[in-house]
Design a protein around this ligand. Sequence first.
Ligand SMILES: NC(=O)c1ccc[n+]([C@@H]2O[C@H](COP(=O)([O-])OP(=O)(O)OC[C@H]3O[C@@H](n4cnc5c(N)ncnc54)[C@H](OP(=O)(O)O)[C@@H]3O)[C@@H](O)[C@H]2O)c1
Length: 278
Amino acid sequence: MPSQSFFKMNDGFEIPAVGLGTWKSEPGEVTYQAVLDSLELGYRHIDTARAYGNEEDVGRAVRDSNVNREDIFVTTKLRYQDEGFESAIEACNKSLKRLDIGYINLYLIHWPLKDKRVDAWKALEVLKEEGKCRSIGVSNFTIEHLEELKESCNIIPAINQVELHPYHFQQELLTYCNSENILLEAYSPLAHGKKLEEPRLVKIANQLNVTPAQILIRWAIQHGMIPLPKSINKGRIGENFDVFSFDIPSSVMSELDSLDEAYITCWNPSNPPPYAPT
Ligand SMILES: NC(=O)c1ccc[n+]([C@@H]2O[C@H](COP(=O)([O-])OP(=O)(O)OC[C@H]3O[C@@H](n4cnc5c(N)ncnc54)[C@H](OP(=O)(O)O)[C@@H]3O)[C@@H](O)[C@H]2O)c1
């Protein structure tokens, strides 16, 4: 089993450096098996959300695995429809029931919904206080959204989960989050699978004798970010976790950084779509 590293969050809790993504991982046996496989292969971090419709399957796999609950880090998210104070409290209780794993390691506001996000954050502060969620954070927040929370709330988010890969390297956000002691989670770290055959990336992977996916995942870790690659294929789940036995040299890191072309595979929170994301 490859060894793995951890990052320390601003509230003192540790978070495993790589997590299994589960967006578009079909609810039912597919998600259940992917999570079981990942835990067998050494993952200790699973990322789900109310909006993915698979919290029950993630929880069942966590309970059925041979790994202690205390050694597994589970994230879920408050969907935009439930933002607001009372509704966020209620939504968290429902997620806890669906997961059925005692507590949530990390609860995130999934999307910075205007007029609702600050009240939702105040609810997350209460949920943390009550121990229902050990850590709390946000997702798809820009610097402006984070500044707003800083002015109106008591707790600084431990995590901001956003789209991050060399083709969308949000350096300004990374610098800001480093200065505020907020860790960045890299969602769609494989650019949703759309850049894995890009020639410059393939060339670097061949040079280092690893796969393009492993380069993208390792790149995120070496920038101090937590990548969340999604796969439902046991071979690829293993490949994506086998990233702790090599280093990308700094000159190659710079080469990867320079691939940035603001290539967004999901949504742009600075210019939100008329619909909110699922
Ligand atoms: N907070 C948010 O708003 C938000 C938004 C997007 C994503 N996320 C989180 O981030 C996670 C990852 O993002 P993502 O699902 O968008 O995309 P991703 O992890 O960048 O890419 C997933 C795609 O790549 C394929 N793949 C995985 N490993 C591979 C490998 N080694 N070689 C070739 N293909 C591979 C997967 O197919 P197979 O499954 O068939 O292997 C899938 O089609 C999500 O699952 C979710 O947990 C959060």
